[in-house]
Design a protein around this ligand. Structure first.
Ligand code: DNO
Length: 349
């Protein structure tokens, strides 16, 4: 495995100089953030990210994300232009040495939480999802001030209402068809560019606000991988996204898809699964519902050789900043991953 860390570019409070001091850190996970979704990234922007990353002694091999334009998910005629732009981005990223691209196919909303600073008993704060709070929100008509990451970043309320309305008649089967159409065009370009595509599961892995979500379960992951049965068409195994539903056995999924060579990227995060949702917790197994040791062992024993990053951390030690993406708790997560991996490797020899 190659240990990696998400960095939001030069404006990120967490600097490359800090990240490089985390033991065993190899690769940076980043993206070009100043281009609207669907447009082509300039070679200069890509080169600048690469130069900054490499100057800090880290490698520039993973992008999260190249976002997919809603017109592609909706299957509108305008998707052709956006798919061509997507392919062009892959070509440019491949030329710059990128080996893995993470993306998602969630309509409108990316990861969704109901509170970003829930205070845990130890005084740290974390991201949580409580069903009753979701029910209380109507993203289209309501006037809630709840921050749902993904909407406030890119849409005004009116734009949001419009885009959600466009999905009203789109079924899960339609979304599958549109995903298949996208993959058939994009995967050959990824393959030529030396890039492994790694779809991120839907987070949480169920439908929200009546919008279809399909990257949610073992059955659907099987179906996804068959849409284009090529190793470049692979997965981001996000333990927290799949593991927030008790229906998904993340250890089993890790073993199965690593064995098939289809896991290119891992987001390692622990969650406590509750009756009414879930809470993000510290990475340590005993802090949540997931057995992080068993997940990493399943990856290791089945030949996983891709990138792994500690996913969302809590805010600890008074740190403030981007929810889920502070330095301290993610660094603890990285160190925990290192420890587990070393122990697993040595026990196997
Ligand atoms: C959240 C992330 C997601 C992820 C995208 C990939 O913290 O895991 O936003 O980057 O879903 O496209």
């Amino acid at each position: 495995m190659k240990l990696s860390f998400r960095w939001y570019g030069p404006d990120d409070r967490v600097t490359l100089e800090h990240i490089r001091q985390i033991p065993g850190m190899e690769a940076i996970v980043t993206a070009v953030y100043d281009v609207p979704v669907g447009e082509v990234w300039s070679r200069e922007s890509i080169a600048a990210l690469k130069a900054q990353t490499e100057a800090a002694g880290l490698s520039f091999e993973v992008i999260e994300s190249v976002p997919v334009h809603e017109d592609i998910k909706l299957g509108l005629p305008t998707r052709e232009r956006y798919i061509e732009n997507y392919c062009e981005n892959l070509r440019r990223l491949g030329e710059a040495g990128i080996r893995c691209v993470c993306y998602n196919f969630m309509p409108v909303f990316d990861w969704t939480r109901t509170q970003l600073d829930h205070v845990l008993p130890d005084g740290s704060t974390s991201l949580v999802y409580y069903e009753e709070q979701v029910q209380a929100v109507d993203p289209v008509n309501g006037d809630s001030d709840l921050t749902l990451p993904g909407w406030d970043a890119s849409y005004t309320r009116d734009e949001l209402r419009d885009v959600v309305a466009q999905y009203r008649n789109l079924t899960e089967e339609d979304l599958w068809a549109n995903l298949g159409y996208f993959l058939e065009k994009v995967i050959p370009v990824a393959a030529e560019s030396g890039i492994n595509m790694a779809i991120h599961p839907d987070d949480p892995c169920w439908s929200i606000f009546g919008l279809p979500r399909i990257i949610t379960s073992e059955e659907n992951l099987d179906r996804f991988l068959k849409l284009v049965d090529d190793p470049h068409n692979g997965l981001t195994l996000c333990s927290g996204s799949l593991g927030c539903s008790a229906k998904n056995d993340v250890v089993r999924l890790a073993a199965k898809y690593a064995k098939q060579g289809r896991i290119h990227f891992v987001h390692a995060r622990n969650v406590a699964v509750l009756e009414n949702g879930f809470e993000e917790r510290a990475h340590l197994s005993s802090c949540g519902t997931l057995d992080m040791y068993a997940i990493l062992k399943a990856l290791h024993d089945n030949g996983f050789s891709g990138y792994i990053r500690p996913d969302h951390g809590r805010m600890i030690w008074g740190e403030t900043g981007r929810a889920g993406y502070g330095l301290y708790d993610r660094a603890l997560g990285a160190t925990y991953i290192n420890g587990l991996w070393e122990a697993i490797e040595k026990a196997g020899n």
